[in-house]
Design a protein around this ligand. Structure first.
Ligand code: GAR
Length: 188
């Protein structure tokens, strides 16, 4: 059995989708949700799935508390799904090539600190890009710069708004993220 944990900070639509996808999987299971915001909606979403939630603060993250919990859970893959803090080096070193993130644009475009959620879609529309998409990538010590694992694109329609683009990106995330995780773990 391969063990996944999900880190999320907000709404948690990706976290819920991943949890549902692997609910009856024989080889891969989601063993915990890690959340840095006690009021995040993701904590409501996962009620009823029998997935333990671990709420942590910065000190837990930068000390060994989160790391120790990950080791105890025998984690094979750490999945950042709408998680907005930089992962500290001691965790990345303990899990080489085992921490991945999803970004709602075609990196290297529209990445970096402060680029998350609607801000990304607003930037894509403001620059007049012809397409956007999703990027799933390994996490390193810099925001949105790790090796790309997977990308999927969508066209920007005439009159596209950040809100309508967010809907397209959401659909791409729902369609691809769990399957990419599955493929990654099957090849490990
Ligand atoms: C997702 O669109 C994800 O790609 C994005 O936050 C959203 C979280 O939605 N992540 C980033 O912007 C990271 N820089 P969710 O909480 O409903 O899964």
């Amino acid at each position: 059995m391969k063990n996944i944990v999900i880190f999320a900070s907000g709404s948690g639509s990706n976290a819920e989708n991943i949890i549902k996808y692997f609910k009856n999987d024989r080889e891969i299971r989601v063993v915990a949700l890690f959340c840095n915001r006690p009021n995040a909606f993701v904590l409501e979403r996962i009620k009823g799935f029998d997935i333990p939630a671990f709420i942590f603060n910065r000190e837990d993250f930068t000390s060994d508390r989160v790391l120790d919990r990950l080791k105890t859970l025998k984690v094979d893959l750490v999945v950042l799904a709408g998680f907005l803090w930089k992962v500290p080096p001691h965790i990345l070193e303990a899990f080489p090539h085992q921490v991945i993130n999803i970004h709602p644009a075609l990196l290297p475009a529209h990445g970096g600190q402060g680029m998350y959620g609607m801000r990304v879609h607003e930037a894509v529309i403001a620059r007049g890009d012809g397409e956007s998409g999703i990027t799933i990538h390994y996490v390193n010590e810099r925001y949105d710069e790790g090796t790309v694992i997977f990308q999927a694109a969508c066209a920007i329609a005439p009159g596209e708004t950040p809100e309508s683009l967010a809907g397209k990106i959401h659909a791409l995330e729902q369609a691809h993220f769990p399957a990419v995780i599955k493929r990654l773990l099957e090849n490990k």
